[in-house]
Design a protein around this ligand. Structure first.
Ligand SMILES: Cc1cc2nc3c(=O)[nH]c(=O)nc-3n(C[C@H](O)[C@H](O)[C@H](O)COP(=O)(O)OP(=O)(O)OC[C@H]3O[C@@H](n4cnc5c(N)ncnc54)[C@H](O)[C@@H]3O)c2cc1C
Length: 351
C-alpha cells in the first residue's frame, strides 16, 4: 500500500513527488505514457512568468509569484538550465500604452518586483533585434526561460533517487474508495493508496507555479498523514554532461575518463555515445527514441534524426537487450522497424 499516489508525471506531478520525499512516505507516480514529461510539460513556451498576468488575489497569482522566486535555487539543486533573461510585453502604438499601465498595476498588486514601462529606444537597447515599430514595453526583470522537459526530467530523476516508485505505461481508469484507503484501477494493476493526488494536467502557468504547487500540496499531505521528516532526502541531482558545451580541454578530460564520450553519434548537435548511454542508464532511464532525444538532443538538429536514428536504435537494442523491431519512438505501438528486406536491411515504419 502506498501512502500517496500521484496521477500524472508532468512537471506538477514530479515537483510534488520530489517535494514529498522530504518526508518518510511511500510514494508512487502513475503515468499513462512511456516517459515522464510527455504531456503539456514537454511542449510549452518555457517561460517562467514574472506574475503580472494572473488576476490579483487569486491562488493562481500567489502560486505564480512564489513559483517564480523558487527557480534560482531549484535549478541549482537539480542542475537544469534556467535563465533569468527578463520579459517584455511589447506595444506597437501609443494608444495602447495605457494597457501596459494596467498590466503593470496588476503586477504591482500581485507583488511582482521591479516592473517598469520603458520606451522604444530602451527596448531596443535591451533586445537589439526587436522591431523598429515598438513604441514601449512592460519590462519584468524577474521573468525567465527554462527547458520544460529538462526540468521535468530533473524533478523526476531526483524523486526516483529519493525512493519514489514510477509506474509508466500505466493509465488510470477509475478510482474506488474503501473504508480506509483508495483503489486505483489501471490498465495494468490495481493500486492501493491512502491518498491520491490528481496531477493529470493543470492549466497555465503550471510550469512556473509547479514548485509552489508542490509545497502547497506537501502541506496538505503532511496535515493529513503527519509523516516524520526524511533526514536522508538528497535534493541534489546532476545533469548528463553536455559534450557540445565543453571547451576542448574539458572534452579531452571527459574522453580520458570515459572513451564513449569520444564517439560522436549525432553530428548535428555533437551528441556522443557517452551521453546516450548515460541517458539510458541513469535513474528513470530512457527507453524510447524520444526519451533519448529529450535527454540528449539527438535528433533535434538539422537532419531531424536522419543521421542518428539508426545508431540510437542500435544502442537501445544493445543496452536494453531487445531486438531492433522492439525499439519504439514513444512507446505503445510506435515501433520504428517492421522487418528485414531481401538484403537483410531493416525496413523503417512511416510516421
Ligand atoms: C502552448 C502552451 C504554452 C504554455 N506556455 C507556458 C509557459 O510559458 N509558462 C508556464 O508556466 N506555463 C505554460 N503553459 C502551461 C504549462 O505547460 C502547464 O500548466 C503545465 O505543463 C502543466 O503541467 P502538468 O504536470 O499539470 O500537466 P502535463 O504535463 O499535461 O502532465 C499530466 C500528465 O498526466 C498524464 N495523464 C493524464 N491522464 C492520465 C491517466 N488517466 N492516467 C495516467 N496518467 C495520465 C499525462 O500523460 C501527462 O503526462 C503552456 C501551455 C501550453 C498549452
Amino acid at each position: 500500500m502506498f501512502d500517496v499516489t500521484i496521477i500524472g508525471a508532468g512537471v506538477v506531478g514530479n515537483a510534488i513527488a520530489r517535494e514529498l520525499c522530504r518526508y518518510k512516505l511511500n510514494i508512487c507516480v502513475v503515468e499513462k505514457d512511456s516517459d515522464v514529461g510527455n504531456g503539456t510539460s514537454k511542449a510549452n513556451s518555457g517561460i517562467v512568468h514574472a506574475g503580472f498576468d494572473a488576476e490579483p488575489n487569486t491562488l493562481k497569482s500567489k502560486l505564480n509569484l512564489i513559483g517564480n522566486s523558487m527557480f534560482d535555487n531549484l535549478s541549482k539543486e537539480l542542475d537544469f538550465t534556467f535563465k533569468k533573461v527578463g520579459s517584455l510585453v511589447l506595444c506597437f502604438n501609443k494608444a495602447e500604452v495605457k494597457n501596459l499601465e494596467k498590466l503593470k498595476q496588476q503586477g504591482i498588486e500581485n507583488g511582482v518586483p521591479d516592473l517598469e514601462i520603458i520606451g522604444g529606444d530602451k527596448v531596443r537597447e535591451v533586445e537589439p533585434n526587436i522591431s523598429k515599430n515598438v513604441v514601449a514595453a512592460l519590462y519584468a526583470p524577474t521573468g525567465g526561460i527554462v527547458c520544460p522537459y529538462e526540468m521535468t526530467i530533473a524533478l523526476a530523476e531526483n524523486a526516483a533517487v529519493n525512493g519514489v516508485k514510477f509506474k509508466l505505461n500505466t493509465r488510470v481508469i477509475s478510482l474506488k474508495k474503501s473504508k480506509e484507503f483508495y483503489i486505483i484501477e489501471t490498465n495494468r494493476e490495481n493500486i492501493e493508496t491512502k491518498l491520491i493526488i490528481n496531477a493529470a494536467g493543470i492549466e497555465s502557468p503550471g510550469l512556473t507555479s509547479s514548485p509552489a504547487i508542490a509545497e502547497m500540496v506537501r502541506d496538505i499531505v503532511v496535515s493529513k498523514l503527519k509523516p516524520e521528516k526524511n533526514d536522508k532526502f538528497n535534493p541534489i541531482r546532476k545533469e548528463i554532461p553536455k559534450f557540445r558545451e565543453m571547451t576542448n580541454e574539458e572534452r579531452k578530460r571527459m574522453i580520458a575518463s570515459n572513451p564513449k564520450y569520444g564517439k560522436i553519434i549525432y553530428r548535428c548537435e555533437t551528441v556522443t555515445e557517452g551521453e546516450i548511454l548515460d541517458a539510458i542508464r541513469r535513474p528513470l532511464g530512457a527507453r524510447t527514441m524520444d526519451a533519448v532525444k529529450k535527454r540528449t538532443r539527438s535528433g533535434m538538429g538539422r537532419c531531424q534524426s536522419g543521421f542518428c536514428s539508426p545508431r540510437v536504435v542500435e544502442i537501445l537494442t544493445r543496452e536494453l537487450k531487445i531486438s531492433p523491431q522492439e525499439v519504439t519512438k514513444f512507446g505503445n505501438h510506435s515501433n520504428i522497424l517492421v522487418g528485414k528486406d531481401k538484403q537483410s536491411s531493416w525496413h523503417q515504419m512511416e510516421f
